[in-house]
Design a protein around this ligand. Sequence first.
Ligand code: HEC
Length: 301
Amino acid sequence: MMKRYFVVLFLFLFAGRIGSFAQTSTPWVVPEEAKEKVAPFKFTPETVKIGESVFQRTCKSCHGDPGKQNWAKITPPPGDPASANFQVQTDGEMFYRIKTGRAPMPQFGNILSDEERWQVISYVRSFNPNYTQPAPLISMAAGAKKLKLYIYPNYKLKKLYVLCNEITKEKKEIPAKGIEIQLNVKRYFGTLKLGDPKTTNASGFVMYDFPADLPGGTHGIIDLTARVKDESGLLFSSDANAKLAIGKPVVLKRLTDARAMWSVRSKAPVWLILTFSLTLITVWGFIIYILLALRKLKYSS
Ligand code: HEC
């Protein structure tokens, strides 16, 4: 009788734990194309600094301070972002996992912008001395042949260097020469050509000029795609595109900024303040006049 009671108590107490252990053992799968995703801008001390403040605000409560192994005692353990088994993830895997979350980790897709998520990743990577930031990439295929275009911007010279590699059957990457590459910029309606098509040299490189003054959102980020032809005329189609901060940052003004005159006085136009004040003075003046007249009437009788 007593024994059975303990078994029930045991199950009651530990069933939840067993359930959550089962959950940790399932790997957190990231789709193949999401793994390859890389940041559209270079990680710099500035991006690390912004990332740090985002981390303090939104991640620290569970993951603790990177390098201090002081994460929250929850199941599954969140882990230390500076640790080796956290750093083995690709940037794309981190980006995807931060976006989608997995209980108890919240989904940050709607809470943090893409830029903020990359900035957090740049902060997390600053604890890894062996990290080198991968170049933005466009993967393409034609039949059995696969190409990868790595895009290296030189912000000082305003040049884009594109390295075209072919993936061999042994999954090795070798420079592909004689490949005609047309880079395009994705716009809301259709695409815009980025100069004329160019053919890769013996080391698999082509060079482009930066697009001049192309508007690219608040961070100047532009969506690049490519159209590629090899020597035999085989056309490659890109299943991915690369995002790069090579455009001109454009800060969109909110329509209400200029129009919401009721929100703060400093935004109200002068004519409105004048009309309002004049109306007020006239009405009060009239009331005072009537009161004075009434008083006069009272004393005169
Ligand atoms: C409520 C607690 C919580 C918060 C807040 C939180 N995480 Fe997590 N995080 C976790 C837990 C728990 C896991 C392990 C999840 C699992 O394995 O199923 C995890 C896993 C991760 C992983 C995958 C790690 C791996 O090795 O697979 C990344 C990347 C990550 N978190 C980044 C972040 C970032 C960046 C933030 C802030 C924007 C954040 N987390 C905020 C709890 C949290």
